[in-house]
Design a protein around this ligand. Structure first.
Ligand code: G6P
Ligand code: MN
Length: 424
């Protein structure tokens, strides 16, 4: 039987990028059958049409079968790629606005917003882990990817690897800021997803002196976008003595960000909701063409290529180096051995083998350990539906400074998302 890859969440707006990623490895994936699944039948059919047309335009030997039944989609798949958001952007709007109403950063993955998303995502992932073929690899993009990966790793027997392409974009941002060529630069990002740090940088394989690079770094003025905030990043790097991940601003500029999010007036989810109809109609128009060229407004960059490269490394035993979310096993000595960490690893048939990285830098060690405590509690709460564990998770989060705030956010969040939270 030919190799089968299931894509769960195949109606996602990120699919055009995933299809591009499949095309970029089409020669290595010859004969593979793709099982697309999404509960949204219209978006599922659209992406199946788009993929089929894009494969035909490039003579790629890949076939697509669309399923509306999860079990059927998973059947026979040796790799299950998960990329979905239960509740869509409407639920994300609540994740972003409920914490903010209590003076806490409202963000889809960081802080209590990410906690609420984890509570919706984890039960679906546990179900997938239960239904998938034993031995199948789950390659997970569903956010918050570290908590989801941790819940599956510690609450099921399934094999899972968690992905986030943020480190690629962040390495590019730092290459720009430090005036270095991105394509020759490699950084060892270590920590937890969306809370990683780099102190080791190599140019063409030769280690750079980060301290002197940071001493010479000028803090640029402005230029902030939702994903790039060069001025804050540069000032933070100089203060911490390392390169921080883009999400570090939520920890180190928490109160300013709360003010900015309030002043902005709309959530990121609302902004995306406003652009989605035009986005999907452009894709529908392209899917009908002989040579579709869907827009790159969502999940552009390396998003799809990265995921498909990791899948190829697993299926073809390539032992390639990627930064992924996996069981620590001592790679980062400052974090628990059984924690899910984000770390450079060699990925082959038997999964990711994390590379030994030593301790976290002192300037962020305590913070990262606190986030790790929170994530473990969050994964356990999302998997079991324990309200006490849920409250402990929120009380352990560095954004939250009062028990009452944790209680209020938990109360509002569980009520608002009740339809997606069978475990509570
Ligand atoms: C980055 C993060 C992802 C996150 C995405 C959200 O790429 O690494 O984890 O899902 O941003 O982007 P959006 O355009 O939906 O705000
Ligand atoms: Mn991410």
């Amino acid at each position: 039987m030919s190799t089968r890859i299931a894509i769960i969440g195949a109606g996602s707006g990120y699919m055009p990028g995933v299809i591009r990623g499949l095309l970029h490895r089409a020669a290595d994936l010859r004969g593979v059958e793709l099982s697309f699944y999404d509960p949204d039948g219209d978006h599922l059919a659209l992406m199946a049409r788009l993929a089929t047309a894009m494969f035909a335009a490039r003579d790629a030997d890949l076939t697509v079968v669309a399923h509306t039944d999860l079990k059927a989609a998973l059947d026979g798949a040796s790799c299950v790629f998960t990329t979905f958001r239960p509740g869509g952007m409407t639920a994300r709007h609540l994740d972003e606005s409920i914490p903010l109403s209590y003076g806490v950063v409202g963000q889809e993955t960081a802080g209590p917003g990410g906690f609420l998303m984890a509570c919706r995502s984890v039960p679906v992932l546990l179900e997938i882990a239960r239904l998938a073929d034993p031995g199948a690899w789950i390659v997970n993009y569903t956010n918050p990817t570290s908590i989801v990966t941790d819940a599956v790793a510690r609450h099921t027997d399934a094999k899972i690897i968690g992905l986030c392409d943020q480190y690629i974009g962040d390495t590019e941002m730092w290459a720009d800021l430090l005036g270095l060529p991105f394509d020759r630069l490699e950084a060892d990002w270590i920590g937890l997803n969306h809370a990683t740090w780099a102190t080791r940088l190599r140019l063409d394989g030769t280690e750079l002196d980060l301290t002197s690079a940071l001493d010479g770094l000028e803090i640029p003025d402005g230029g902030a976008t939702p994903w790039r905030d060069p001025s804050r990043m540069a000032s933070l790097a100089k203060a911490l003595g390392l390169l921080p991940n883009s999400y570090a601003k939520y920890y180190f500029f928490h109160d300013q960000v709360v003010g900015e999010l309030r002043d902005k007036g709309t959530t990121r989810a609302q902004d995306i909701l406003a652009m989605l109809p035009a986005y999907y109609s452009q894709i529908a128009a392209e899917a009908a063409k002989r040579e579709p060229d869907p827009n790159r407004d969502r999940g552009g960059g390396e998003h799809g290529e990265f995921a498909i490269d990791v899948i190829c490394a697993l299926l073809r035993d390539e032992r390639r180096r990627f930064i992924v979310n996996t069981r620590n096993d001592g790679a980062i000595s400052s974090l628990d051995a059984d924690a899910t960490v984000e770390v450079p690893a060699l990925v082959g048939r038997s999964g990711p083998v994390p590379l030994v990285m030593g301790p976290l830098p002192g300037s962020v060690r305590g913070l990262t350990q606190a986030i790790q405590s929170y994530e473990r509690l969050a994964a356990d709460a999302a998997a079991t539906g324990s309200r006490r564990t849920a409250l402990q998770a929120l009380m352990a989060h560095p954004f939250i400074r009062n028990k009452e705030t944790a209680e209020q956010i938990l109360h509002d969040g569980l009520a608002a998302h009740a339809a997606y939270l069978p475990q509570f």
